[in-house]
Design a protein around this ligand. Structure first.
Ligand SMILES: [Cu+2]
Length: 170
């Protein structure tokens, strides 16, 4: 049994989330492309942030992710972290193909959505819309949850990771 107050809180949360995402969700589902577990690792001092999500292709055709944008960031790119000779580097990615009925994940240390030139006022706890663009002209907008620099995944908290605090590693 849930207490009355927790039901009330859940209802409030539902209202807020529903108002934000109803329209966005329906367009995403209609397209047969689902974006889930979407979050941003926020960094202070206007540093670029990493965006992470799972993108599922529920269509019968290969889809190609070719870009991203957000009204809250001046510049958004698809990046991949690559390790070469013990050095970690980020490279720009032109396109990411997702076969029919497969998914790909943006995760720390691998593919990520590089969110640069943040607009003032973005803080952990907020939700920020990010639009993913596909080669056939489709786009899917999803609310990304802004999390603290210490976050390592959706709904998960870890100890302070100094490596990530030192700057441009995503
Ligand atoms: Cu990057």
């Amino acid at each position: 049994m849930r207490s009355r107050s927790s039901l009330f809180r859940a209802a409030l949360r539902g209202l807020a989330a529903g108002a934000l995402s109803l329209g966005l969700l329906s367009s995403a589902l209609a397209a047969g492309i689902q974006v889930t577990d979407a979050w941003i690792r926020w960094l202070p001092a206007n540093l670029p942030a990493g965006g992470y999500a799972k993108v599922t292709n529920d269509t019968n055709q290969e889809i190609k992710l070719v870009g991203a944008s957000s009204p809250k960031y001046g510049m958004v790119m698809l990046h991949q972290t690559v390790n070469k000779n013990g050095m970690s580097n980020m490279v720009h990615v032109d396109a990411i193909a997702i076969p029919p009925h497969k998914s790909m994940a943006f995760t720390p240390g691998d593919y990520h959505i590089m969110l640069m030139q943040p607009k003032p006022g973005i803080e952990p706890g907020q939700k920020v819309p990010v639009t993913l663009k596909f080669s056939d002209g489709q786009s899917v907008t999803t609310e990304f949850e802004v999390r603290k620099p210490t976050a390592s995944g959706p709904g998960e908290m870890k100890g302070m990771d100094m490596e990530h605090m030192q700057g441009m590693k995503h």
